[in-house]
Design a protein around this ligand. Structure first.
Ligand code: G16
Ligand code: MG
Length: 219
């Protein structure tokens, strides 16, 4: 009895949202936009390009294409310097043991992330080898809530969408999983993730035999 277990990265495996926030806030300040933590919430799971578009929209500003591209490079350089020190200690509570438990049960594991920095981040965390398949911002063209990233992950693992389980912290990601016909497990705030099939504050809050439960769950 096997299923495809697909994990989002930011907000599920590691809390990099705080670093994206700092980097976006500096960029916004540079161009005279006040960018709040509440707005940052809405950028979770959103691609780099679309994030800058939203920030400019909220700040009622536009940038010529060349400057727009330059700002994206600056933001990413800033972000990369902020995540330089990431290590195994930054894996979110309960995730590491959950992944090891899946491995012990010979369950296939994939990453489904919008981030173009997913591979270097997984390397820093020391867990890249636990993933059988990695689909990230360098492989997909359509952003969540489009299900492309998750459909690509499950087909690369050789599974049907209906035999796949997605772990997500963003509303757009939960919608992507649901649209694909996959079981969606939300990590975080119940009100924001109310479309998910189940929601937990963290992996630590899942019942001890939850993998077994999931293996017996049909959408
Ligand atoms: C993540 C974050 C987003 C970020 C996006 C692109 O998605 O949640 O905030 O804008 O990746 O990241 P990068 O600039 O590294 O390419 P996910 O899908 O892992 O939650
Ligand atoms: Mg996320």
């Amino acid at each position: 009895n096997k299923k495809a277990f697909i994990f989002d990265l930011d907000g599920v495996v590691v809390d990099t949202a705080k670093f994206h926030f700092v980097a976006w806030q500096r960029l916004a300040a540079d161009i005279g936009i006040n960018f709040t933590e509440k707005e940052n919430e809405q950028l979770k799971g959103v691609s780099r390009v679309d994030s800058l578009k939203k920030i400019l929209e909220w700040g009622n500003k536009t940038l010529p294409q060349e400057e727009f591209d330059q700002k994206l490079i600056e933001k990413n350089n800033q972000y990369l310097s902020l995540i330089e020190g990431l290590s195994v200690n930054d894996i979110l509570p309960g995730v590491h043991s959950f992944l090891l438990d899946l491995k012990a049960k010979s369950q296939p594991i994939a990453l489904g992330s919008a981030s173009k920095n997913a591979r270097p981040i997984l390397k820093k965390l020391g867990i890249i080898d636990l993933f059988d398949v990695i689909v990230d911002g360098t492989n997909v063209t359509k952003a969540k809530p489009n299900p492309e990233v998750f459909l690509s992950a499950c087909s690369q693992l050789g599974f049907k969408a209906t035999d796949s389980i997605v772990f997500e912290d963003s509303k757009a990601g939960v919608q992507a999983a649901n649209t694909a016909g996959m079981i969606s497990i939300g990590l975080g705030d119940q009100t924001n993730l109310n479309e998910a099939d189940a929601v937990f504050q963290s992996f630590e809050e899942m019942p001890s035999d939850y993998i077994k439960t999931l293996l017996n769950t049909q959408k």
